[in-house]
Ligand binder design. Structure first.
Ligand code: NCD
Ligand code: ZN
Ligand code: ZN
Ligand code: ZN
Length: 346
């Protein structure tokens, strides 16, 4: 039986879209970092599929400076891989924590296709620094092959299928330097939910079958390194349009969902902390935040969300879901930012 109050470290979400620059009507560094803190997350790694995308040193450093100025929590920006800007990577890797490589079609202007281009990117980035990859299905095998052949670190984003997680388990058993993350929506939702939710349940990778969800849970204590939200806010108007963009918000539902799973005995609270703090911190070499913690009531039950969402997009695919495990307080670098779901400081 868990205690009445659980103290967690400030959590780390390594896959978030904050939409600055160019998509500030969906989210910006201020609202996105409020959403993170409200969800118990004090470090965010934000994706470079912005407008413009962060593929040059100058674009990246301008965006990082804006993030530093406007964010309430720590925000670190990925750089994006682009075939036209391979020569930027040498300079970028001196300053940027990790590179993002899009191998398959998804939202935004970034994608690298063709073996020659993929090898050029994988060779240009220091082998000990992370390349985080959007790879689905057979592309997962290509990403693993690049890691094996070039002896370099690869982090596989939002893994969602049984065969993918099994292939990653086999590659890890052979000692390859690869890591992976899984999203709460791929752990909690299936195709059946996608039917019910319509475009609000549309994201990349698409929601999968029950057999895939079951396989992910089977690897929760072993192959999976991180839980990451893939917070991908789009406005309701965009999602309900004729051409809805893929992606769902997740910063404020990620910890409540994982606490719910822990309350149900699907993983331990210790494992939750490994997946949402220790492993992300180690994989991305992030420094410790002093006087930072999250207070949780693991017994409290409620229907999500029990207060208005801070994400600018204002909706969640988990609305109406019964949760157990309530975020009571978030203290970031000595200051109380959240109490009972409300941001106190801005
Ligand atoms: C993401 C977005 O909206 O930026 N969408 C999504 O469906 N996951 C892009 C991505 O992470 O692939
Ligand atoms: Zn992706
Ligand atoms: Zn994403
Ligand atoms: Zn609450």
């Amino acid at each position: 039986m868990p205690k009445k109050t659980l103290i967690l470290p400030g959590l780390i979400d390594v896959h978030v879209h904050l939409r600055e620059p160019g998509g500030e009507h969906k989210e910006d560094f201020f609202t996105g970092s409020q959403s993170a803190l409200a969800g118990g997350i004090t470090t965010v790694m934000a994706m470079p599929n912005t407008y413009p995308p962060l593929v040059t040193f100058d674009q990246w450093s301008i965006a990082q400076q804006t993030a530093d100025r406007k964010s309430l929590c720590d925000v670190f920006l990925y750089a994006g891989a682009s075939s036209e800007h391979i020569n930027e990577l040498a300079r970028l890797q001196t300053a940027v924590p990790a590179l993002k490589l899009y191998m398959d079609q998804t939202y935004g202007p970034l994608r690298v296709q063709g073996l020659a281009q993929l090898m050029a990117v994988a060779r240009a980035w220091h082998p000990d620094k992370i390349i985080a990859v959007h790879a689905e299905g057979e592309s997962v095998a290509v990403a693993i092959a690049l890691s094996a052949a070039l002896n370099r670190r690869v982090h596989l984003c939002h893994i969602s299928r049984k065969e993918e997680i099994e292939l990653i388990a086999a590659a890890k058993a052979n000692g390859l330097p690869i890591t992976c993350e899984v999203t709460p929506h791929h752990l909690f939702l299936t195709e059946a939910d996608a039917q019910r939710l319509g475009s609000l349940g549309d994201m990349r990778p698409l929601l999968a079958e029950q057999r895939d969800v079951d396989a992910l849970w089977e690897h929760i204590n072993t192959t999976i390194d991180c839980i990451a939200s893939d917070h991908a806010p789009h406005t309701l108007e965009e999602k309900q349009s004729d051409n809805p963009p893929p992606g769902v918000p997740g910063l404020e539902s990620s910890l409540p969902l994982m606490l719910t799973a822990a309350a149900q005995g699907r993983l331990t609270y210790e494992r939750l902390i490994e997946l949402m703090y220790h492993n992300p911190r180690r994989i991305f070499s992030l420094s410790k935040q002093s006087e930072t913690w999250v207070e949780v009531d693991p017994l409290a039950r409620y229907t999500f969300p029990d207060h208005p969402l801070y994400t600018k997009c204002g909706w969640s695919p988990f609305e109406g879901m019964d949760m157990q495990g309530h975020i009571r307080r978030v203290v970031f670098k000595g200051k109380e930012f959240v109490r009972d779901g409300i941001i106190r400081h801005s």
